[in-house]
Design a protein around this ligand. Structure first.
Ligand code: 26W
Length: 812
């Protein structure tokens, strides 16, 4: 444990400030103060970091490497202080120096190196691995520009580059001596030497991968794991100079630019795959650098390379890092002289894979020609894996060519990365029970039949340290005062809070805490949007990526319907609500961008209309990111989880809301099903068509949205208002949304679910009217949320997939 007190901290802080800024604290800006604090905390961590690595190396237990294209960490200062157990000391010491810790924390740029759920999950997993003292590290890309910043201009999304490194990053340490070379392009020369085939990769272009390490601090356990992010640099400046000297400036600059492009930007797409060469380069770049550095590390610590599969596990976060499979094979075979069968056995033991989506348009399939040109040796290995796999299939499914083709890794000129990931790993998991069942029954049925033991479920989770203790300190305090603090180390102990669900005093405190959180959010809304919201109204929140399947449109249609109703009947008996939205759209996803515009237009119109604005208001908060989520979620009364059943693999904000005492309105999709099972039907509001209905419509047809609309005046009025000038003088402004619902038969069953959603919202109103009952529901949701801590999820991965052991405690 760190042994500091207020006085030593003050002294350390003062010295640090002077050392890095060359002036006194009193002369410094707030940002200077943040930098000094971050830098001091990193110093505190450094010794623990070294000790942790020594222990890992000495005890020789298996180490896990979580490979992911995205790590959405958000801010690190608050969480690191919490996990070090020194947040209070720092706060009080800084107070004594006239410095406000909260204010400094707010100055930290979010580290936004991810799109959404998949990236944030990776960040929660890092926190849990460190807190459970599991030797587990992250491996990814240090994008120079993270997920774009969103501005709303004239009601629409405008993307602005996220130059998050402009003021430096106090958390990272550049490790130039640990750089690796990654090779692209060229050809493979095959030689036959002493009866063995030798593969010689020649004429390639070299890129230097330079690691930046970020410490991941465990909760009060002295453990510091590593997140290693790779940055692409030209191999050496001399190379540049030699070209410069020969007068070939253009070529020298082209080389430099093309190399730096590799780690320049995070692709802002989730759920739409595009076969971009640069993305393939990014994938091979970090996978190759990561695996080379792992192998180098183990070889230099005297591990027998033939036993590597007992020493490491590599987890691939979706298919994006699937090249880990052929890259391991390449190193084993070409560099370590290991025969194919042994190399393949080890690779299989080392790799495990998580699938995060069933959306067909998100599946990665690389064109063979592009792949072969960029990665000639890796392509040969993939071809060989495919050949051997197809031979196996031929033995089992003799001459069933359709099936063999369907399952093959390379077909019709494309490499199917999900197939490569399944074939090359020992474990394939989905992220919620329903999602895993759908994978087994539908999308991956052939593979499930072929490898039944490979498939398993690991329901997602969230770090309760960040999403409860850090972001909702008052609620955490209430929990401590009622059930003690064991829930911090054992989040399922939160179940003890259920006993207090009917306690009037606890209910009153819950209400007060929510009210205070709402007041804080209302202030923020006023500062950012200039909208005054009523903190006595219900805060009804939908925050997530904007996507047709997540159905922000359904939410909009009911707001439009309610607006019409209220205008007609101003005395309509409803609970006043503030509808809060936030979320980014992929820049090229035009319909999603139109959805954002629609929400903002609704907000303008409704908030200005004095006939209704005492009862309802709409707010779109721009630039959704981790730190904004931390401000919104503790203030939510109602959590909107309304995706088309079967489409949301799990969802994780659903868990965050529940843990913060919001009631959920949901379809039985993703982890909503398990939340319902936990809290029971009385403590969640469920609506919408079922999994079987959806699958049946997709398979057999029979759904006709136009038919439903044409016979229904209420629905027709709402739908028509998208194109009749009600919300935009330009009648075509929302035509894309209209067409999607009407002309193209409403792929996501918005129309089908409309009334069932309205009914469910009515039920929410009824429940909210009875204050005591509502608080009881909130308490039950909180009490049952512990199981959705990522600590539980990580224990399941560690015991069920990785076979890893933790340093200090047993994984019970
Ligand atoms: C190739 C483009 C692309 C990029 C990212 C396709 C797909 C993705 C991700 C798989 C999208 C994603 O973030 N999926 C979300 O993963 C979460 C964590 O498991 C789940 O909770 C969400 O339901 C799922 O949508």
């Amino acid at each position: 444990m760190l042994h500091i007190n207020k006085e030593t901290f003050k002294k350390d802080y003062r010295e640090k400030f002077i050392a890095i800024h060359g002036k006194d604290i009193e002369e410094g800006t707030d940002y200077n103060k943040y930098e000094a604090l971050g830098s001091l905390v990193r110093d505190y961590v450094a010794k623990m970091w070294i000790d942790t690595n020594k222990k890992y190396n000495q005890n020789g237990k298996k180490q896990v490497y979580y490979f992911s294209m995205e790590f959405l960490l958000g801010r690190l200062l608050g969480n690191t202080l919490l996990n070090l157990g020194i947040r209070n000391i720092c706060k009080e010491a800084l107070d004594g120096m006239g410095i406000n810790l909260n204010k400094l924390e707010e100055l930290e740029e979010d580290q936004g190196l991810g799109n959404g759920g998949l990236g944030r999950l990776a960040a929660c997993f890092l926190d849990s691995m460190a807190s459970l003292s599991i030797p587990g590290h992250g491996c990814g890309i240090r994008y120079k520009y993270g997920f774009f910043n969103q501005k709303i201009i004239n009601d629409s999304q405008v993307e602005v580059p996220d130059n998050w490194l402009k003021n430096g990053n106090v958390w990272e340490i550049k490790k130039s001596d640990k750089a690796r070379v990654v090779k692209f392009g060229g050809e493979v020369k095959v030689d036959y030497i002493y009866g063995y085939l030798r593969f010689n990769h020649i004429n390639y272009e070299e890129v230097l991968a330079v690691p930046y390490d970020i410490p991941i601090v465990g909760y009060k356990n002295n453990v510091v794991n590593t997140l290693r992010l790779w940055s692409a640099e030209p191999l050496s400046n001399e190379f540049d100079f030699s070209l410069f000297n020969r007068g070939d400036f253009r070529k020298a600059m082209e080389y430099k630019d093309s190399v730096e492009a590799i780690s320049k930007i995070l692709y802002p797409d989730d759920s739409f795959y595009e076969g971009k060469l640069l993305r393939l380069k990014q994938q091979y770049f970090f996978v190759s650098a990561g695996i080379q550095s792992i192998i180098y590390h183990f070889k230099s610590s005297q591990v027998n390379i033939n036993e590597l599969d007992e020493k490491i596990a590599i987890h691939i976060n979706d298919t994006h890092p699937t090249l880990a499979i052929p890259e391991l094979m390449r190193i084993f075979i070409d560099e370590e002289d290991i025969g194919w069968d042994n190399a393949w056995r080890m690779t299989n033991n080392i790799i495990s894979y998580t699938n995060h989506t069933i959306m067909a348009e998100a599946l990665e399939r690389w064109p063979v020609d592009m792949f072969k040109t960029l990665l000639p040796r890796i392509f040969m290995i993939v071809e060989e894996i495919d050949k051997r796999f197809c031979e196996e299939l031929q033995n089992k499914y003799y001459n069933q060519w359709d099936k063999i083709k369907r399952m093959s890794i390379i077909n019709d000129g494309y490499i199917n990365m999900a197939h490569l990931a399944i074939v090359g790993s020992h474990s394939v998991n989905g992220v919620a029970k329903l999602h895993t069942e759908i994978l087994k029954k539908q999308n991956m049925a052939d593979f499930y039949y072929y490898y039944p033991n490979r498939f398993n479920n690991k329901t997602n989770g969230i770090s309760h340290r960040r999403w409860l203790i850090s972001s909702n300190p008052k609620l955490a305090l209430l929990l401590k005062s009622t059930i003690g603090d064991s829930f911090i180390a054992h989040p399922t102990d939160m179940i003890n809070f259920e006993k207090f669900a009917e306690d009037k005093n606890v209910q009153a405190q819950l209400e007060k805490i929510k009210f205070e959180n709402k007041r804080k959010l209302a202030d923020l809304i006023y500062r950012t949007n200039g909208i005054e919201v009523d903190i006595n109204s219900m805060f009804d929140v939908q925050i997530k990526r904007i996507h047709a399947y997540k159905r922000q449109t359904l939410n909009c249609l009911r707001i439009m319907d309610l607006y019409d109703e209220l205008v007609e009947n101003p005395s309509l008996d409803i609970i006043p609500r503030t509808f809060i939205f936030a979320g980014k759209s992929a820049p090229g996803y035009y319909m999603a961008k139109d959805m954002i515009t629609l929400i903002n237009v609704l907000a303008d119109k409704i908030n200005r209309d004095d006939r209704v604005n005492k009862k309802i208001k709409v707010v779109f908060m721009e630039n959704y990111r981790v730190s904004l989520a931390e401000a919104i979620i503790p203030a939510a009364d109602l959590s909107e989880q309304i995706s088309t059943t079967t489409k949301e693999a799990s969802g994780t904000s659903n868990m965050k809301f529940m843990m913060n005492g919001a009631v959920t309105i949901a379809t039985l999709d993703g982890a909503n099903v398990e939340i319902r099972d936990e809290v029971g039907n009385d403590n969640i509001v469920i609506f919408g068509i079922t999994e079987n209905e959806v699958l049946n419509y997709y398979k057999n047809g029979g759904y006709n949205s136009q038919q439903i609309i044409s016979g229904d005046t209420r629905l027709k009025r709402v739908i028509d208002s998208l194109i009749d000038g009600t919300y935009s003088k330009d009648k075509n402004r929302f035509k894309s949304i209209y067409d999607n619902l009407v002309t193209y038969n409403d792929e996501f069953f918005v129309i089908k679910d409309f009334y069932s959603y309205l009914e469910a919202q009515k039920k929410v109103d009824e429940l909210y009217k009875d204050k005591s009952k509502w608080q009881k529901m909130c308490a039950i949701n909180i009490a049952h949320s512990g199981i959705f801590s990522s600590d539980r999820t990580i224990k399941e991965y560690a015991t069920g997939i990785w076979g890893s052991k933790c340093l200090y405690k047993n994984l019970e």
